[in-house]
Design a protein. Structure first.
Length: 279
């Protein structure tokens, strides 16, 4: 069992040549053990940053998601590689230019519940109606944010009996295991989460589209503390963003986690969406 204590980061003068990275155990963003160790999308992104900023050392620290959020709020000297881009300064972070885009969130469930959902609701599924359905239990990892869907999810917080928030390590995987064993009905997440589950458990889950997404891309970015230190790091990362976008290993990681038999067009989608964001 891992125990986490307060992390005291070096002061800004001591880290001019170092980036402090917070890492959480949430595969396939960060993968800290097993067959795909250090092959998570965020692991590869960190390595890519340092490939083009070789003068900067990297320091990784495994922290639970709530601890990362508190550290950013306190303007501690750290960065988190896989955040959802927001206006500068929101949620205590200074954000980089977009690193990549995620495909829209989907409902992830088992075959039995998928059949029930399709009987009750049209496709794409209206998430607001599904969240209000007290006969079906929704679960998600603590600290997870959902972009354009967040207001819908927050609007259901006070409904009793149909909400489970999973804290602790490997939250997304634990949620999927509960769904597969029919102890939980569904979650909302990226397709890459389901892909990791299939690769590591040999079983697949069902994905259903969400009506409220409107196929809106979720923009990924690196976040650092909203401080002079964080701004300096982000400015250096932004300067190499074209190289990150074109990096062969990072592109290969995006393709590995996002392209499946049902979606062979992710890289083209990612390129198109990044081009739109530059306008």
């Amino acid at each position: 069992m891992l125990f986490f204590c307060a992390v005291i980061w070096p002061d800004a003068r001591a880290v001019d040549s170092q980036i402090n990275w917070a890492v959480n155990t949430a595969p396939p963003f960060h993968i800290v053990d097993g067959d795909f160790k250090q092959q998570g999308l965020c692991d590869v992104l960190i390595d890519t940053v340092h490939r083009y900023l070789p003068e900067l050392k990297k320091r990784r620290e495994i922290l639970p998601q709530p601890r990362i959020g508190r550290a950013l709020e306190r303007s501690e000297n750290l960065c988190f590689a896989c955040m959802i881009a927001k206006p500068q300064g929101e949620q205590g972070a200074y954000y980089s230019l977009p690193t990549h885009v995620y495909t829209p969130h989907q409902i992830i469930t088992n075959d039995k519940t998928a059949s029930l959902i399709k009987q009750r609701y049209p496709l794409p599924v209206p998430l607001a109606d599904l969240l209000a359905d007290e006969q079906l239990q929704f679960g998600y990892p603590a600290g997870r944010r959902y972009g354009v869907l967040q207001p819908l999810i927050e609007g259901q917080y006070n409904r009793p009996g149909n909400r489970l928030v999973r804290s602790g390590d490997n939250g997304p995987l634990a949620i999927l295991q509960m769904i597969a064993s029919e102890r939980l009905d569904y979650t909302v997440d990226y397709s890459m989460i389901s892909r990791y589950y299939q690769l590591t458990n040999g079983a697949s889950l069902t994905l259903l589209p969400i009506a409220e997404n409107h196929q809106q891309a979720v923009v990924g970015a690196i976040g650092c503390s909203n401080s002079a230190w964080g701004k300096s790091v982000i400015e250096q990362i932004n300067a190499i963003m074209p190289q990150i976008h074109a990096d062969a290993e990072f592109v290969q990681s995006l393709q590995f986690w996002f392209e499946t038999d049902n979606n062979r067009a992710y890289l083209r989608y990612n390129k198109q969406q990044l081009a739109k964001l530059k306008r």
